[in-house]
Design a protein around this ligand. Structure first.
Ligand code: ATP
Ligand code: MG
Length: 366
């Protein structure tokens, strides 16, 4: 294995009776990386994290942490610390008592515990909170204390299981940014799991997408968003317009796809096997809503269609349209600028996008 991998997972399987929670998962997480595993409810994320932490035993496969085979190593001897989905602060105790819990268990003297707790409070942007009772804290503050408590044990690898799920949207957004900052300020590897694709995109260096106990794609947020390898990933990460279709022609890197609804979509491929693999094959083609232009400017684009506006949602920063093109509904997201023209429901408009904006997915499956 490469020396820069903090975690290496090799052929991991986990069965609970006749439920297969993990079906042969292999990948690695680099030292110091913010890695996020994302996938729908029940796909095996928590199970994987618990196996890494030593709280659950694998049915098959091996976990290496810092190059060491962890098979049979109990949780307390692993260089990991886990922040659970339902945060478990001690109620009616001070922030200090909560933060320093792990240090106390390790026999660190009181004065040093104080000092380290104060340092952590400053990392968490919660200076002066030490004497407060946890009941006086907001949800986001409690979340940060739970995080701080794990970080204070100085784990090489911090395992975070949906730690933001109890927060409201605004706080969750703030905490995503906070987490990134805290990660930047420390040397730990963050291994984060969530079903919230937005957290994954915002906070991570790399993400892995899971489905039914398998890892289906891994890459930077940009790679996974721009180049999903299956319709499942395309739909799960971000909003998208996606069609199943057949390749009608391939000329150099230019590809034309005819969708099941009869749209002819011009796209492109950089796949070196394009000729053999996709000619006359079943594929998917997607275009993200924010890459679609609506109105006059759409006319000169490589893909242009006449559409009818079915719905318009003004969001302040963006305007969302749902438009109909023949048999197909299309989502369009336009930034709202000064003098943006708003198109009314039932009006006719052109929608268009470039060849490069529509991404070809070789997978013709679900
Ligand atoms: N202790 C257990 N006993 C039996 N089945 C389990 C156990 N833990 C998990 N499972 C099953 O394993 C599968 C994966 O569960 P897991 O908790 O890992 O999913 P998850 O991806 O974390 O989902 P969520 O996003 O809802 O938290 C599910 O089908 C679940 O019902
Ligand atoms: Mg879970």
């Amino acid at each position: 294995m490469s020396s820069s991998a903090a975690v290496e997972i090799d052929g991991l399987r986990k069965e609970f009776g006749d439920v297969t929670a993990l079906n042969g998962v292999s990948f690695d997480v680099r030292d110091g990386e913010f890695f996020t595993l994302v996938g729908p409810s029940g796909c095996g994320k928590t199970t994987l994290l618990r196996i890494l932490a030593g709280l659950e035993r694998e049915t098959e496969g091996t976990v290496y942490i810092n190059g060491q085979d962890m098979t049979g190593t109990p949780a307390e001897n692993r260089p990991t610390s886990m922040v659970f989905q339902n945060l478990a602060l001690f109620p009616y105790k001070s922030v200090y008592a909560n933060l320093a819990f792990g240090l106390k268990m390790d026999g660190v003297p009181k004065a040093e515990r104080r000092e380290r707790a104060d340092e952590m409070l400053s990392v968490l942007n919660l200076e002066g909170y030490g004497e407060k009772s946890t009941d006086e804290l907001s949800g986001g503050e409690q979340q940060r204390i739970a995080l701080g408590r794990s970080l204070l044990t100085e784990p090489d690898i911090l395992l975070l299981d949906e730690p933001l799920s109890s927060l409201d949207v605004q706080l969750r957004k703030e905490m995503q940014i906070e987490l990134r900052r805290i990660h930047r300020d420390l040397d730990s590897t963050f291994f984060y799991v969530t079903h919230d694709q937005e957290v994954a995109l915002t906070a991570s260096d790399r993400i892995g997408v899971m489905r039914d106990g398998e890892l289906v794609q891994r890459g930077t947020p940009q790679e996974v968003y721009e180049r999903p390898n299956s319709p499942f990933v395309a739909r799960f990460i971000g909003k998208t317009n996606i069609w199943r279709g057949e390749v009608a022609s391939v000329t150099g890197d230019a590809v034309e796809v005819i969708t099941a609804d009869g749209l002819r979509i011009r796209t492109t491929t950089d796949d070196p096997d394009r000729g053999d693999v996709i000619k006359n094959g079943e594929v998917h083609v997607q275009v993200r809503p924010e890459r679609v232009t609506v109105g006059e400017d759409a006319r000169d684009m490589e893909n242009v269609f006449e559409a009818t506006v079915e719905d318009r949602i003004y969001q302040g920063d963006d305007i969302l349209y749902e438009v109909r093109v023949g048999e197909t509904s299309l989502q369009v997201q336009q930034p709202s600028k000064e003098r943006t023209v708003l198109y009314d429901v039932d009006s006719s408009v052109n929608v268009g996008w470039s060849r490069a904006a529509s991404y070809l997915i070789k997978d013709g499956g679900r």
